[in-house]
Design a protein around this ligand. Structure first.
Ligand code: KMH
Ligand code: ZN
Length: 272
């Protein structure tokens, strides 16, 4: 089995210090959390940024400052900015970090209910436009899918030239599609040959989904964006603590963890 790529989603846009005081807002806090995850074994940092007061932003300059500061402490880590941003942002706002030509960025392949009246909107034109711009800017998409139909749409858009092969998917389990082994297997069976895939289990499913991905040959995403607890009722002290748990599970199950450069090789990334 190839080595395990661990992505740390350290911040997100929805989770706040009220959920867990260690959720990072300032540049210093974002760097602290990225470094804790990197030192624990994460090779990719999935990055959202905030204003100092916690307001989510897609501001290009804020991303630039955070990315440069992370690179100083974690020189070889792969930084994967979000193009999802926060619910309600415009496409132009969301696309800003891709102007910095990161190695990767997310490409959300469908619209999804986010609870209450919140809807994360990704129209077909949005997805095509984001896909085309990512190709133009030399950014590999992490195709974020919240159910199986979004995989089908990504395959269709790959055939139409909006996404390039080999495709890398992130299955977000437990928001729209259930976080079950049956549904992960269904997603994996639906992928084109040569694809790579990561599983992000939301909430209490985080470590169960991680263990499943480890034994099935997929990759793992953990972090405060998806879950703020290390155990039932016990807040994680840092993103690093969540990554450490995944590394330990992987070790127990006999799966080695990839370094950032090994992750680049697995994903077909050229270092920038
Ligand atoms: N915060 C969500 C609205 C992504 O990073 O691309 C979008 C999200 C997905 O988190
Ligand atoms: Zn995200």
């Amino acid at each position: 089995m190839e080595k395990l790529i661990i992505t740390a989603a350290i911040c997100g846009a929805e989770v706040t210090k009220e959920h867990n005081p260690a959720v990072p807002y300032t540049v210093e806090e974002i760097v602290r959390e990225a470094e804790s995850a990197y030192k624990a074994g994460a090779s990719i940092i999935h990055l959202h940024v905030r204003e100092d007061d916690g307001t989510p932003t897609q501001d290009k300059e804020r991303y630039r400052v955070c990315m440069e500061a992370i690179k100083e402490r974690c020189p070889d880590v792969i930084i994967q900015p979000s193009t999802g941003g926060a619910v309600g942002m415009t496409d132009l706002e969301r696309l800003q970090p891709t102007e910095l030509h990161p190695e990767m960025a997310t490409l959300d392949c469908g619209t999804c209910n986010f609870g209450g009246d919140e809807v994360f909107v990704n129209t077909e034109n949005t997805i095509k436009n984001f896909g085309r711009l990512l190709i133009e800017r030399g950014v590999k998409p992490e195709i974020e899918v919240f159910d199986k139909g979004m995989i089908d749409l990504a395959i269709r858009y790959q055939k139409q030239g909006f996404i390039q092969k080999p495709m890398h998917f992130d299955f977000v389990m437990g928001v729209q599609i259930a976080a079950t082994a049956r549904d992960v297997a269904f997603m994996v069976d639906s992928l084109p040959e040569g694809s790579t895939w990561t599983v992000a289990g939301v909430g209490r499913s985080q470590f169960q989904m991680a263990a499943l991905a480890i034994v099935m040959g997929g990759h793992v995403r953990v972090g405060f964006e998806d879950n703020v607890y290390i155990d039932k009722g016990v807040l994680a002290k840092s993103n690093g603590e969540l990554v450490e748990r995944v590394v330990r599970i992987a070790k127990e199950l006999g799966r080695e963890v990839a370094s950032p450069n090994e992750a680049r090789e697995i994903l077909g990334l050229k270092r920038k």
